[in-house]
Design a protein around this ligand. Structure first.
Ligand code: LEU
Length: 517
C-alpha cells in the first residue's frame, strides 16, 4: 500500500481535472475548431472523445492504481509491472521525456499569463491600438528588440514560474491538491463570467470599421453541425490530436496521479467525471470566450483569417479595452488569471512522472525530485525562450505535444489489452467501481482504440500535400504519386532542415494537379 495518498475524493478529481484542463482548453481548442470548419469539427471531436479519450482515461487510471498496489509511482515502473519484456520500462522512460519537453514550453506560456495579469492590473494596455497590443507581445518574446539579445523580463518570469512549480511540487500531493482546490473553482468562476460576456455580446461591438461584427456569428459557426467533414481525414486527425492534448493522455501523468489511489477505491466514476469536467470546460467555456468576443468586435471573417494561438495575448487585451478602463482591468485579470490556473494545474502534473521515477529508482525524496525536475525543465526550456523566433517553441509542440502523445498512447493501449490482457485490465477498471462501464467498452478498448490510434499514427506519417486527402487520393488514382506534406511525420523525420530543397525536387505535375483543385 502506498504511503502517500490523495487527501479526499474531491481533491483527487480536482487534481485530475486540473491536470487535463489546461491552456489547451482555452487556446488550442477554439483555434482547432475554427481552422477545421467550426461545426464540422465538433462531431469528429466528440466521437474521438468516446472512442479514444474515454478508453485511454480508463486504461491510464487503472494502470496507475494497479502500479500503486506494488508501490510503483512512475510510468517506467508501472508499465514494467504490466508486461514481462524490459522494453516497457523504456517506453515509460520515453513518456517522462515527453513531459519534460512539454513542460518546457508550456510553463513559458504560463509565465506570459502571469505577466499579463500584472499588466492588466497596471493598465499597460490602456489606450493602445490593436497593433500596439500585438506588438507589445512580439517585443516581449523578441530577442532582437533587446540590445543584449536576451529578453530579460521574459526570462525572469519564466524562471519565476518554474520556481513556483518546483516549490509546490516539493510539498508533494498535498501541495498539488491545494492548488487544484483553489485554482479549479476560480478558473471555472472566471470562465463562466467571461463566457456570459461572450454569449451576450451580440452586435454591440459593431463599428464603422467592422460593420459585420457579431458575436452570434462566431457561436453559430462553432455550433452548426456540418456532416460533410466526416469524410475528411484532416478534420479527424485534428480532432484526435486535440482529444489527446486536452485530456493529457499519452504522457503518463494520469498513471502517476492514479498510483496514489487506494486499491479498493473507485476509478471508473472518477475517470469519467474528470474527463467530462474537462470537456465541459473545453466545449462550453472554451468556445464561449475568445471566438464570440473576437467575432463580436472584429467580425467572423476576421476570426477565420486570424484564428491562431496569438489571439489570446495579441487581441484579447485590446478587445477588453472596449469595455472601459475598470472593466478592461477586471476582464484582463479574469482571462489571464484563468489561463494561469489552467496552466499551473497541468504543469504540476507533468512534474510527477519524473519525480515518481526518481523515487522508484533511487528513493529520492520530494525536494530532490522537484528540484531536479525544475533543472531539467530549465535546460530544455531556455531554448524555447531564447530562440522563440527560430521556431523552437513550435518544434517542441510538434514532437512532444503532438507526435509523442500518439506514439505513447498506442503503445500503452497495446500493453494494456494485449500484453497485460484485456480480461485482467477490465477487472482492474471495474474493481471497486461506483458505476458500471458499458460492456461495449471492453471491445472498444481491446480493438477499436488501438486500431484508431494506429490509423492516426499512420496518417500522420504520410500526411499528403497541403493535407488534401481526397485530392491526393484521386491524384494517385489518376496515375500520379503521393506527395507528402511538409507537416507529415516522414518529412519531419527525414527532411529535417531541408524541407525547401526537397519540396522543390518533388514532381511538379503532382503539385500542379493538387493546386488546380
Ligand atoms: N491537457 C493539457 C491542456 O489541455 C495539456 C497537457 C499536455 C498537459 O492544456
Amino acid at each position: 500500500m502506498p504511503k502517500e495518498a490523495w487527501g479526499s475524493r474531491l481533491g483527487l478529481i480536482l487534481a485530475m481535472a486540473g491536470n487535463a484542463v489546461g491552456l489547451g482548453n482555452f487556446l488550442r481548442f477554439p483555434v482547432q475548431a475554427v481552422q477545421n470548419g467550426g461545426g464540422a469539427f465538433i462531431i469528429p471531436y466528440l466521437i474521438c472523445f468516446l472512442l479514444m479519450g474515454i478508453p485511454l482515461l480508463l486504461i491510464e487510471w487503472s494502470s496507475g492504481r494497479f502500479g500503486g498496489k506494488f508501490n510503483n509511482h512512475s510510468t517506467p515502473y508501472i508499465m514494467d509491472g504490466m508486461g514481462k519484456a524490459k522494453i516497457w520500462k523504456y517506453v515509460g522512460v520515453f513518456g517522462i521525456f515527453t513531459n519534460i519537453a512539454v513542460v518546457a514550453y508550456y510553463t513559458y506560456i504560463e509565465s506570459w499569463s502571469l505577466v499579463y495579469v500584472l499588466h492588466a492590473v497596471f493598465g499597460t494596455f490602456e489606450g493602445m491600438s490593436q497593433s500596439d497590443v500585438a506588438t507589445f507581445f512580439t517585443s516581449y518574446v523578441d530577442i532582437f528588440t533587446t540590445s543584449t539579445g536576451i529578453p530579460f523580463e521574459a526570462v525572469f518570469f519564466y524562471i519565476l514560474v518554474l520556481a513556483l512549480n518546483i516549490f509546490i511540487l516539493s510539498k508533494g500531493l498535498g501541495g498539488i491538491e491545494k492548488v487544484a482546490k483553489i485554482g479549479m473553482p476560480l478558473l471555472i468562476l472566471f470562465g463562466v463570467i467571461l463566457a456570459v460576456r461572450g454569449l451576450t455580446l451580440g452586435e454591440s461591438g459593431k463599428s464603422e470599421l467592422f460593420p459585420d461584427a457579431n458575436a452570434w456569428d462566431g457561436l453559430n459557426f462553432l455550433w452548426t453541425p456540418q456532416f460533410d467533414s466526416l469524410s475528411n481525414p484532416k478534420v479527424w486527425l485534428a480532432a484526435a490530436g486535440q482529444i489527446f492534448f486536452t485530456l493529457s493522455v499519452g504522457m503518463g501523468t494520469i498513471q502517476c496521479y492514479a498510483a496514489y489511489i487506494k486499491a479498493n477505491e473507485d476509478i471508473a466514476l472518477n475517470a469519467v467525471s474528470a474527463g467530462f469536467m474537462n470537456e465541459f470546460v473545453e466545449v462550453v467555456l472554451g468556445s464561449s470566450i475568445v471566438i464570440p468576443i473576437a467575432a463580436g468586435y472584429l467580425g467572423l471573417d476576421w476570426v477565420l483569417e486570424n484564428a491562431g494561438f496569438g489571439m489570446a495575448f495579441q487581441t484579447m487585451p485590446f478587445l477588453f479595452q472596449q469595455w472601459g478602463e475598470v472593466a478592461a482591468a477586471f476582464s484582463g485579470v479574469l482571462w489571464f488569471g484563468l489561463l494561469f490556473f489552467a496552466g499551473i494545474t497541468s504543469s504540476l502534473a507533468m512534474g510527477t512522472p519524473w519525480m515518481g521515477f526518481m523515487k522508484d529508482e533511487f528513493g529520492w525524496g520530494k525536494k530532490r525530485g522537484a528540484w531536479s525536475f525544475g533543472a531539467l525543465a530549465l535546460i530544455m526550456g531556455l531554448p524555447t525562450v531564447l530562440l522563440y523566433q527560430y521556431g523552437v517553441f513550435d518544434e517542441y509542440d510538434y514532437w512532444a505535444g503532438t507526435v509523442s502523445l500518439v506514439v505513447f498512447a498506442l503503445l500503452e493501449a497495446v500493453l494494456f489489452s494485449w500484453v497485460f490482457g484485456i480480461n485482467k485490465g477490465w477487472n482492474e477498471i471495474n474493481e471497486g467501481s461506483d458505476i458500471k462501464i458499458p460492456q461495449a467498452y471492453k471491445f472498444i478498448i481491446k480493438y477499436i482504440t488501438p486500431l484508431l490510434l494506429l490509423m492516426v499514427f499512420l496518417s500522420a506519417l504520410i500526411t499528403p500535400y497541403q493535407n488534401e486527402w481526397m485530392d491526393s487520393i484521386s491524384n494517385v488514382l489518376n496515375g500520379g504519386t503521393w506527395v507528402l506534406d511538409n507537416s507529415s511525420l516522414i518529412k519531419n523525420i527525414t527532411n529535417y532542415g531541408l524541407k525547401e530543397q526537397l519540396q522543390s525536387a518533388i514532381n511538379q505535375s503532382d503539385i500542379d494537379f493538387l493546386e488546380k483543385k
